[in-house]
Design a protein around this ligand. Structure first.
Ligand code: 0CJ
Ligand code: F3S
Length: 357
């Protein structure tokens, strides 16, 4: 993979109001192509609401193991509401409530929380849980699992932890050329949910050259949201002089959007957490700016980027939509009963559509 993901602890860069962008002349009509789908996916919405709901129900503090999602703004806002983010469950006081992040946890973490008498609320995205189940099943059938993903990313740690004796992590297409297996007739590949689709296919092709009997996962492991955001930015990138991706530096899917934009024709592409980070020089000679955001990014941060661009003369905003999303997940089971014992049927993650769990 072209760029390693940065892991916690993430530096807390204080938010500063940068200078307003100048409206300098350029050749051509200034415009913004706004990719859609972008921003929150169903699993992120569910995880963030799970923390809010836990705070409402149990009162502050509620502990969260790792960042609930990889977005500094989301984490800061939840901290202000009373969430305490920890690296490991041994930092949580015995008997307290702890939320597991959207990226999932290994059975070892679940057991450590239970040994400590913690009340765990599992906000793992159901699409990550699906990959965990695949790992368990293939390990039980004695397959060797080549897990394509970023070593050290929480999701990869969680999935690998389901079957540590059967899993080998493949970090990049290059590693596919050197990874060793015991029995090439009994190998399957699985993947992290937030990778580049194209790069993962390259890794798989290189693996298959060496292991022709390589099994495929029963269904896509790269999730719908990751795929949809990449398809949308590909369409925008070919017409963009500059692409701005809103998302945090440790957000795998956001960082992938920068790479995909560059691969698909954007003349330049940058990632920002906040609008204030957009630099005047990025706009030099730029007529068309593409804008998108990762799956862990609240829309308010995109709106602030659009406002900053508007001040620089990019007032004409055209949405480029390549898919509709209506997937929703119900809340983690620990939160489905409300205090009065009523079942909370709130479904999360999209504007319309049917609930899944
Ligand atoms: O792994 C996930 C369940 C994705 C959560 C949404 O995105 P983010 O930025 O928190 O996580 P990635 O680093 O995996 O993209
Ligand atoms: Fe889940 Fe994909 Fe979002 S795995 S949390 S739907 S980015």
């Amino acid at each position: 993979m072209s760029q390693a993901t940065v892991h916690l602890p993430v530096p807390r860069i204080p938010r500063s109001r940068g200078a307003r962008l100048q409206n300098n002349p350029v050749d051509g009509h200034k415009r913004v192509l706004l990719a859609a789908p972008r921003g929150y996916c169903a699993g992120v919405d569910r995880a963030v609401v799970a923390v809010e709901k836990a705070l409402e129900r149990y009162g502050a503090p509620v502990y969260v193991r790792k960042q609930i999602v990889h977005n500094i703004h989301v984490v800061t806002e939840l901290e202000q509401k009373g969430a305490i983010f920890v690296e490991e469950v041994d930092e949580v006081p015995e008997g307290a409530h702890v939320v597991f992040s959207a990226h999932g946890v290994s059975p070892a973490v679940v057991n450590a929380a239970s040994d400590r008498g913690l009340h765990a609320i599992d906000a793992t995205c159901p699409l990550v849980t699906k990959v965990h189940r695949e790992a368990v099943r293939f390990a039980r059938d004695d397959y060797e699992i080549l897990l394509i993903g970023h070593d050290g990313h929480e999701e990869v740690e969680g999935t690998a932890g389901e079957a540590p004796d059967h899993v080998t992590i493949v970090n990049s297409p290059e590693e596919a050329d050197t990874v060793q297996v015991k029995d090439p007739s009994k190998v399957v590949w699985l993947s992290q949910t937030t990778l580049s689709v194209d790069e993962t296919m390259e890794t798989v092709n290189r693996l298959r050259t060496r292991f022709p009997e390589l099994h495929n996962p029963p269904s896509d492991d790269i999730c719908y949201a990751t795929q949809n955001r990449q398809v949308a930015i590909k369409k925008v990138a070919k017409d963009a002089d500059l692409v701005i991706v809103v998302g945090s530096s440790n957000s795998s899917n956001s960082v992938r959007l920068v790479e995909v934009a560059l691969e698909y024709g954007a003349k330049a592409a940058y990632r920002v957490d906040y609008a204030e980070e957009v630099k005047q020089e990025w706009l030099d000679g730029v007529a068309t700016v593409g804008v998108t955001s990762g799956a862990s990014v609240p829309e308010v941060l995109v709106r602030e980027v659009l406002e900053a661009l508007s001040a620089a003369g990019y007032e004409d905003v055209e949405e480029v939509r390549t898919a509709e999303e209506d997937l929703m997940f119900s809340l983690p089971k620990e939160l489905r009963q409300d205090i009065s014992g009523q079942r909370d049927t709130r479904a999360l993650g999209g504007r319309t559509g049917s609930a899944a769990s």
